[in-house]
Design a binder for this molecule. Structure first.
Ligand code: GAR
Length: 221
C-alpha cells in the first residue's frame, strides 16, 4: 500500500509504526507527497520507507494525477491511504481506486467537511467532536464510513487543544481501519461499509449526566 501526504505526516508515522507489528495485514511500500517540502517525507525516509514526490503545484489536475497513477502502478500498489493529503482528486482518479482508497478526516462526518474543522466545531458548540476514517468517494470528504472516534469538547478548549485531542485518536483509529480493509474485513452494502470488527455498545455523553440529572429525571417520573 501507499500513503499520500502533503505535510507533517503524523498519521503516516502512526501507520508506518503499526505496520511494523508482526501479522499486520498491509505493507507500506511507498510514501508519496504532492509537495517536495512535506515534513513527513523526512520521517518516512528515516523509517526506511521509500518516498516519492509528484508535484501538484502549477500543473493541470489531470497531468498531476497521471503522474500519481504512474508511480502507484509502477510500485504495484493495491491500497492508498490519504493522510493529510490536501489536494482534491478528480472523479476519474477516485473511481479508479474505489473501495481501495481510505481517508482520515478530523471531524465526525458528515459534520464539518472541508477545512478548519476544529474551529468550526468550537463555533458550533458541539459537545462531542472526533475523527472519521472512510473510503473515498468523489465528493469532498465523502464516502462509506469505516470507523469514528469521538472526544469530548471541554469548556476551556481552544483550537489547538481540541486538535491535539482528536489527533491522538486519529493515530489509534487509522491503523485499525487500514488493517480491516487490508485483511478483507470491509464489505460494501447499499453504499455503506460493513466492518467485521467488534462494535462499541452503549452511548457516549458529554457532559456526563450525573446523579443530580438522574434524580431530576426520577422526580419527573
Ligand atoms: C490530520 O488531522 C488529518 O485528519 C487532516 O489533516 C491532518 C494531517 O496531519 N486531514 C484533513 O483535513 C483532510 N480533509 P498529519 O499530516 O500530521 O497526519
Amino acid at each position: 500500500m501507499a500513503i499520500l501526504i502533503s505535510g507533517r505526516g503524523s498519521n503516516m508515522a502512526a501507520l508506518i509504526e503499526a505496520a511494523r507489528a508482526p501479522g499486520y495485514p498491509a505493507e507500506i511500500a511507498l510514501v508519496l507527497s504532492n509537495r517536495p517540502d512535506a515534513a513527513g517525507l523526512g520521517l518516512a525516509a528515516a523509517a526506511g520507507v521509500p518516498v516519492a514526490v509528484v508535484e501538484s503545484r502549477g500543473r493541470p489536475r489531470e497531468a498531476f494525477e497521471a503522474g500519481l497513477q504512474a508511480v502507484l502502478e509502477a510500485q504495484r500498489i493495491g491500497i492508498v491511504a490519504l493522510a493529510g493529503f490536501m489536494r482534491l482528486l478528480t472523479e476519474g482518479f477516485v473511481r479508479r481506486w474505489e473501495g481501495r482508497m481510505l481517508n482520515i478526516h478530523p471531524s465526525l462526518l458528515p459534520s464539518f467537511r472541508g477545512l478548519d474543522t476544529h474551529r468550526r466545531a468550537l463555533e458550533a458548540g458541539v459537545r462531542l467532536h472526533g475523527c472519521t476514517v472512510h473510503l473515498v468517494s468523489p465528493g469532498v470528504d465523502e464516502g462509506p464510513i469505516l470507523a469514528q472516534a469521538a472526544v469530548p469538547v471541554l469548556p476551556d478548549d481552544d483550537e489547538a487543544a481540541l486538535a491535539a485531542r482528536v489527533l491522538a485518536q486519529e493515530h489509534r483509529l487509522y491503523p485499525a481501519a487500514l488493517a480491516w480493509l487490508a485483511a478483507g474485513r470491509v464489505r460494501l452494502e447499499g453504499g455503506l461499509a460493513r466492518v467485521e470488527a467488534e462494535a462499541a455498545a452503549g452511548a457516549l455523553a458529554n457532559p456526563l449526566p450525573g446523579p443530580a440529572a438522574l434524580s431530576t429525571q426520577r422526580a419527573q417520573e
